[in-house]
Design a protein around this ligand. Structure first.
Ligand SMILES: *[C@@H]1O[C@H](CO)[C@@H](O)[C@H](O)[C@H]1NC(C)=O
Length: 130
């Protein structure tokens, strides 16, 4: 069991990290501190909210990682997997077990109150996973 788990973990690291790197070099220069001027509290809010949820539900961490991976898989990390409604990525059969949408929604609600229209859901997801 431990061997299988270890293999799966290595497999995820070996497959996800190179993809993540490819995607990040195609981004728009998003990096830690990107919102320093436009929404200075974003990283603190994402960290606080994600940590609070993690303490209640530790398996939210792999859930968010998978959500981010699934988001990036189709045409880059654009938050498309977060959009709900008929015929969307979120309702696709392969994505039916994704979780963590409520974590991102909760953070988005806080950020829309503090700095409306500044931080994208795709960036919130990436920050939460980080
Ligand atoms: C954002 O602010 C932090 C803390 O002041 C600083 O260390 C970092 O270099 C800044 N990043 C950017 C991209 O401006």
């Amino acid at each position: 069991m431990a061997l299988i788990r270890s293999f799966l973990c290595s497999f995820m690291i070996l497959t996800i990290l190179p993809i993540y790197h490819l995607v990040s070099v195609n981004g728009q220069g998003t990096q830690p501190g990107f919102y320093n001027l436009t929404c200075p509290l974003v990283e603190t809010i994402v960290l606080t909210s994600t940590t609070a949820r993690f303490l209640l539900q530790p398996n939210i961490a792999p859930g968010l990682l998978k959500l981010h991976y699934s988001d990036c898989f189709v045409e880059g990390c654009d938050g498309s997997v977060l959009i709900s409604g008929p015929g969307t990525e979120r309702t696709a059969d392969v994505n039916r077990n994704l979780r963590g949408f409520d974590v991102i929604n909760d953070i988005k609600t806080q950020l829309e109150f503090l700095c409306p229209g500044v931080v994208s859901c795709a960036d919130i997801l990436a920050l939460a996973v980080r």
